[in-house]
Design a protein around this ligand. Structure first.
Ligand code: PNW
Length: 487
């Protein structure tokens, strides 16, 4: 089937070295959980309990991309992308995860073959070390990121990756969204490892403490890996390493002092919690105040370790919320609200209008002006080059539309185009170096199972996982092809 698209010219040009492409994560697409000696990860364990996903399905098959990588790369090449952001499965490389556990040569051989195929097709590998699929053995051994023991094991895993892949990778990402991993896995318990204070959800966990400890150990791990990368001879000219933080924009609900403070608290706890240590060396004063005594403390040596440990600001951004103080007292069990700065998020202004059109998933609405404000805010605060490492949306009804109507994703086209246009509008004031959309394929969307389709490529789960480009894929090929200057 061929889809006709009309692509008006872009509003301006992006530099010739601007990176453009799509992202995925290992557990969301690979499947083949036992191939070539892979060990179990916490996402195998978690998602094999049908109560943990919307459709009761796990990532055991996913989009079968471990086996179909050549087909996937050929499709990506046809999209004209210049970069692909993917993650490595730790338990394929070190099946039991730890520094004294054996390395798996078959896992390494696979990823080398895969990266070489990307490069041979003119696609720059953007490689994430940890996108949430921790080896189960480390969760069992010492509760994973709840323990400081993780740091040495994570550094060892990073070293194995640098030793084996650094000749093929110019852009490394240590951790994907430490904030989401800490909170969904250890406060709400809706993602692996599924820990929470709520004993109906988990037999173990402490929603008020563990996310902070996990966050702290993620930051220390990132700092230690960056030190290894820089001091171990891996940071060669043209190579970079950074962390990816998920930041949504929080706009004050109204112009009262109370809402302005609430929005500042929201931004502080949802993004500064990680960004401030990574770029400035310690938790910000506001984060310390909002979170309070439970926030772990860095020693002076640790501050030095995490300070300026990322070569760029890796930004995953999806949406904007209106922020106000909650109308009633936050109950002790609603810890997530506390981790959002003791605020309430809404999408409806005082006059009843909505911040953006409803999407196919409740938490994401297109608000391109919020993205623009965020880019200015992040550059003003941290002064780093910004790499957009994820940005995407689901169309209304996309979960239920049949093929081929489902390919007509005009809603996604508007979203992508409006967001890229903010980057173009700011090109002389905010250095954005990459735009990576989420996602290359419909895939295993964590607790949503296969019900939430973020891809520019439709995957037919009923018919041998066949791939079909959606209209957005075709549109973006032409749009980005025109927007990025020719070298
Ligand atoms: C990201 N939010 O998670 C992840 O990196 C991807 O693996 C995931 O598939 C994708 O976004 C879509 O969900 C997020 O609440 C989770 O703003 C939550 C939020 C943003 C990103």
């Amino acid at each position: 089937m061929t889809i006709a698209v009309q692509v008006p010219p872009p509003a301006g040009q992006l530099p010739a070295d601007f990176l453009w492409g799509y992202a995925t994560a290992a557990y969301q697409i690979e499947g083949s959980p036992e191939a070539d000696g892979r060990g179990l990860s916490i996402w195998d364990t978690f998602s094999r309990d049908p109560a943990h996903t919307e459709d009761g399905k796990s990532g055991d098959i996913a989009t079968d991309s471990y086996a179909r990588y050549e087909e996937d790369i050929a499709l990506m090449k046809s999209y004209g992308v210049t970069a692909y952001r993917f993650s490595l499965s730790w338990s394929r490389i070190i099946p039991l995860g730890g520094k004294n556990d054996p390395v798996n040569p078959a896992g390494i051989a696979y990823y080398r073959k895969f990266m070489k195929a990307l490069i041979a097709n003119g696609i720059e590998p953007m490689c994430t070390l940890f996108h949430w699929d921790l080896p189960q053995a480390l969760q069992d051994r010492y509760t994973g990121f709840c323990s400081r023991d993780i740091i040495e094991d994570f550094v060892n895993y990073a070293k194995v990756c640098f030793d084996n892949f650094n000749d093929l990778v110019n852009l490394w990402i240590t951790i994907n969204e430490p904030n989401v991993y800490a909170l969904m896995g250890h406060c709400l318990g809706t993602q692996a490892p599924g820990r929470s204070s709520d004993r109906k959800i988990s037999p173990e966990g402490d929603s008020s403490l563990e996310p902070l400890i996990v966050g702290h150990n993620l930051l220390l791990s990132h700092g230690a890996i960056a030190k290894l990368y820089r001091e171990g001879g891996y940071k060669l000219p043209g190579k970079k390493l950074g962390i990816v933080i998920n930041v949504n924009w929080g706009e004050p609900y109204d112009d009262t002092e109370e809402s302005l403070e609430a929005a500042a608290d929201f931004m502080s706890v949802t993004s500064e919690w990680y960004a401030h240590p990574v770029y400035c060396g310690d938790y910000s004063e506001r984060t310390k105040r909002v979170i309070g005594a439970n926030l772990p403390k860095f020693t002076p040596e640790e501050i030095e370790l995490v300070k300026d440990s990322s070569d760029f600001f890796g930004l995953n951004h999806y949406t904007t919320y209106l922020i106000r103080r909650p109308s009633s007292e936050i109950s002790g069990s609603n810890m997530l609200m506390r981790f959002m700065g003791n605020v309430e998020t809404t999408v409806t202004y005082p006059d009843g209008t909505e911040i953006g059109p409803k999407a196919g998933l409740s938490w994401v609405r297109p608000v391109p002006w919020g993205f623009k404000k965020l880019l200015k805010y992040l550059y003003k605060n941290y002064g780093k080059d910004i790499y957009i490492t994820e940005n995407g949306v689901i169309c209304p009804n996309e979960g239920s539309l049949p093929y081929p109507e489902i390919l007509e994703d005009d809603y996604r086209i508007s979203y992508f185009r409006d967001y890229v246009d903010q980057i173009i509008a700011l090109k002389d004031s905010v250095p954005v170096k990459a735009y990576i959309g989420w996602s290359f394929l419909d895939n295993f969307e964590w607790q949503e199972g296969y019900t939430a389709r973020f891809g520019v490529t439709y995957v037919d789960y009923e018919d041998n996982l066949k791939r079909y480009p959606k209209k957005s894929a075709i549109y973006m090929t032409e749009y980005m092809g025109k927007a990025i200057a020719k070298a």
